[in-house]
Design a protein around this ligand. Structure first.
Ligand code: ADP
Ligand code: K
Ligand code: ZN
Length: 436
């Protein structure tokens, strides 16, 4: 199963061939945007650049970056490289961090999108014999429709459950013997809890593969979901500006996510200086859409922090991998001068069996001092009125958090099922310093 590859020609190309192809595609792309996107033409003119200055993939460093602010400034469709008549679909980002941004796709873009999703699903072991429930939201968000057409393209059966009706979802999972699920890790947990409430468990389902993404998650969360839903859980990564889910995906090795590099060219830069960093160093992921024609982007700054991994993968794919996304630079909290990511807290919490994977970071400033409170839910079996026991548990978590985060946090244990649930992306942070 693990050796199944959807498009061997592209996924297993020699590095030299791939770089050659990337260079050719980049040249075409630059030519396209120079002639069709006034925004890029102006930027290139400012930098004294002509399309012919971009010949090989190494020339990419000469090109300007694109930011989310550029998308907002050109709202709604100023960055399109084709007339609207060529655009067959529009999506909008979920606006986790501000106003929505609009993206437009040509027919060809949609073909590429379903191709990369089919690659991802095949890497997870999904075949035509599987029924895959898509529990990402359908609509303006890219998750639902993106995954949907990928499942169909592969030839598996798609069950477009979307979010919102978990009881019916569980019923269909059971009645149809659904074998695959694609949703956010938050929704996977929500589903597991709902199952449990009905007195059911993974044994009552036939699920075997899960494709989880759209928000950061940790290795410990993987273990949790695998156990509770009875699946092999794989990462899928993407963002609407670049395409949607399918930009990168794990393989059977579960050791980093392969970027569909013939379509999306990755770089890692220093998030403050913009300097391009060598392979193996952590920084901000920057992506260039090599083949998109609707709304192609040059060197888009994703704000996602990760590392491109050196070395080749045992699965046979030659495309570069990145490590788990630590978080967005936007999600990074600076508390008393120390950088803290919700994912670090998640890992610590899930190392202790007493806690459910439900937590919230509340940051405030008191007497000119940043305070971090970590609220965490106890698992139902561990919730008790044994005050001494609860205090000991609290202290233990506080100590572990301190050793990982290098700052102390106030731990607040809360009752099972008391923190807000999400069927899409979870909110993990309340920063009262910003609200004040
Ligand atoms: P929005 O920017 O409004 O959240 P998107 O749906 O385009 O809209 O979200 C894309 C972002 O979601 C990525 O930039 C990244 O921060 C996050 N994301 C997507 N997939 C993953 C993943 N597998 N792991 C971690 N983060 C992810
Ligand atoms: K159209
Ligand atoms: Zn691999």
């Amino acid at each position: 199963m693990e050796n199944m590859i959807w498009n061997k020609n592209k996924e297993c190309m020699s590095r030299e061939e791939l770089r050659d192809l990337q260079g050719k595609r980049l040249h075409k792309l630059v030519d396209l945007v120079y002639h069709n996107t006034p925004f890029y033409r102006a930027k290139m003119q400012e930098m004294d650049l002509l399309p012919d200055d971009i010949r090989t993939i190494d020339d990419i460093v000469k090109l300007p970056f694109t930011t989310k602010a550029d998308l907002r400034d050109n709202y709604p469709v100023g960055l399109l490289a084709t007339p609207m008549s060529e655009i067959v679909r529009i999506h909008a980002s979920s606006g986790t961090t501000g106003n929505p941004t609009i993206v437009g796709y040509t027919y060809r873009d949609l073909e590429i999108w379903k191709e990369v999703i089919a690659r991802a699903l095949t890497a997870y072991g999904v075949t035509r014999g599987d029924i895959v429930s898509v529990g990402y939201g359908y609509g303006l968000f890219t998750g639902g429709l993106g995954a949907h057409y990928g499942v169909e393209h592969l030839g598996a059966t798609v069950l477009p459950t979307s979010t919102g009706n978990t009881e019916k979802h569980i019923r269909l999972l059971r009645d149809l013997g659904v074998t695959g699920i694609a949703c956010t890790p938050s929704y996977a947990l929500y589903l597991a809890e709902a199952l449990h409430k009905q007195g059911l468990s993974a044994d009552d389902l036939k699920l075997r593969i899960g494709a989880f993404g759209a928000e950061p998650w940790t290795e410990n969360m993987r273990r949790e979901i695998e156990e509770r839903l009875g699946v092999q859980a794989y990462n899928i990564y993407g963002l609407s500006e670049i395409m949607g889910p399918g930009v990168a995906y794990e393989c059977g090795c579960k050791n980093g996510s392969h970027i569909a590099e013939d379509h999306f060219y990755p770089e890692i830069i220093h998030p403050e200086t913009g300097e391009v960093l060598p392979l193996g160093q952590e920084g901000e992921l920057v992506l260039t859409t090599l083949t998109k024609t609707g709304m192609p982007l040059l060197r888009y700054r994703t704000k996602d922090l990760t590392t491109l991994m050196p070395g080749t993968c045992e699965c046979g794919r030659t495309s570069v991998r990145f490590t788990r996304i630590l978080g967005r630079s936007d999600d990074m909290l600076i508390i008393r001068g120390i950088n803290v990511f919700p994912s670090q807290v998640e890992n610590v919490i899930l190392e202790m069996p007493e806690f459910a994977p439900r937590y919230m970071l509340v940051v405030d400033r008191k007497n000119n001092m940043d305070m971090l409170e970590v609220q965490v839910e106890l698992r139902p079996d561990n919730f008790s009125d044994d005050l001494g026991g609860m205090l000991a548990l609290k202290k233990c978590l506080a100590e572990r958090l301190k050793s990982v985060l290098s700052i102390s946090a106030e731990v607040k244990l809360v009752e099972p099922n008391s923190l807000p649930r999400s069927e899409g992306k979870s909110t993990r942070v309340i920063d009262k310093r910003v609200l004040a």
